[in-house]
Ligand binder design. Structure first.
Ligand SMILES: Cc1cc2nc3c(=O)[nH]c(=O)nc-3n(C[C@H](O)[C@H](O)[C@H](O)COP(=O)(O)OP(=O)(O)OC[C@H]3O[C@@H](n4cnc5c(N)ncnc54)[C@H](O)[C@@H]3O)c2cc1C
Length: 303
């Protein structure tokens, strides 16, 4: 209920206006967002590297209304790869296809992705295509498949809350695609996604057990100690090496767990978002932890 309210509010322009102009909420957002500039994101990635963690940089933005906006987002991603290379960082890049024009024209969007992946490959790096709401799942997978047929420096994300995900995992593995497994962060209907958390968790473990022995390098993205413990237990039982997969967590979330995994010799990648367009990302993070809802709403109603 609280989660649904927050995800609904993430679509409200009035709420967006208030959140992004209010000093308190801007400060709250900084817990989850490294900053508004690439320089700040690079510093955050360097700090992660210094702690023995990998990073994935995400230039925040979702959907765009013109091809010029999409091209600007593409240019921003090219710049991120250039900076990662120049600064010698252990970092890759995550992006969203709606930011690269998926809603405008799929072929146009795919062309932009190709140019980003070509640069990623030139630097021996990797582009991870985030997964958005279920209206985009098939188109995202199609674009990733098409681009990957020309260049393997691209992978995508599977959300354990979707009923379709096991079929998608099998299809992506059939052509060697690297997958990030997460639970899923969007508001979905019960026709397409498990409404109950325990079913999503069950599916998460099932999918993890398909991914890990597949022979490809995947990301287990979660802060849930039970998902992490079961992954560690199962990988050890199957004699899957700690180097054959990585855990992934979000910037500012469960930093205690992040450090613990690194100390125990696991590979850990921190997803580092940055940029001006942080409102929807911030709302999804709040929705994952409704304890923050009361605080936010009290401030909103008082304003
Ligand atoms: C690296 C990474 C990339 C992701 N990419 C995508 C994507 O492409 N598409 C997509 O739909 N989703 C993505 N997600 C989000 C994901 O789907 C979940 O919404 C999110 O990770 C919360 O689920 P959880 O696995 O941590 O488990 P949960 O059961 O939600 O949480 C477990 C515990 O983690 C802690 N926790 C979780 N979230 C927060 C938070 N925001 N603030 C404070 N504590 C928290 C709490 O202690 C909580 O009890 C990504 C997540 C990660 C880590």
């Amino acid at each position: 209920m609280l989660r649904a309210t927050l995800l609904k509010l993430s679509e409200s322009p009035r709420f967006a206006q208030w959140v992004t102009s209010n000093g308190t909420t801007r400060r709250m957002a900084r817990r989850f967002v490294a900053g508004e500039t690439l320089d700040e994101a690079i510093e955050a990635a360097r700090a992660c590297n210094n702690l023995g963690m990998l990073a994935s940089l995400d230039y925040l933005g979702e959907s765009c209304s013109t091809t010029a906006d999409a091209q600007r987002a593409r240019d921003a991603y090219l710049e991120v790869f250039e900076r990662i290379h120049k600064e010698n960082l252990h970092a890759n890049v995550s992006c969203k296809l709606t930011q690269l024009g998926l809603d405008l024209n799929v072929d146009f969007c795919q062309g932009l992705v190709v140019s980003i992946v070509e640069l990623a490959a030139r630097y021996d790096n990797f582009l991870r295509v985030d997964m958005e709401g279920s209206a985009y799942t098939q188109r995202t997978i199609d674009v990733v498949k098409n681009v990957r047929a020309r260049n393997p420096a691209i992978g995508t994300v599977i959300q354990a809350y979707l009923f379709r995900s096991e079929t998608d995992v099998q299809a992506l593995l059939a052509f060697g695609c690297r997958i990030r497994l997460c639970k899923g962060a969007y508001k979905e209907l019960p026709e397409v996604a498990y409404p109950r958390k325990r079913d999503t968790d069950f599916n998460y473990i099932r999918l993890m057990k398909i991914l890990l022995p597949s022979g490809f390098y995947h990301g287990i993205a979660t802060h849930d100690p039970r998902m992490i413990a079961e992954t560690i237990r199962w990988a050890a039982a199957q004699q899957i090496s700690k180097d054959d997969f990585e855990f992934q967590m979000l910037y500012g979330v469960r930093t205690d767990l992040q450090r613990m995994l690194v100390k125990d010799g696991y590979r850990l990648r921190v997803y580092i978002p940055y940029g001006n367009d942080w409102f929807p990302y911030f709302m999804r993070r709040l929705a994952e932890r409704p304890a923050n809802l009361g605080f936010l709403l009290r401030n909103f109603l008082r304003s």
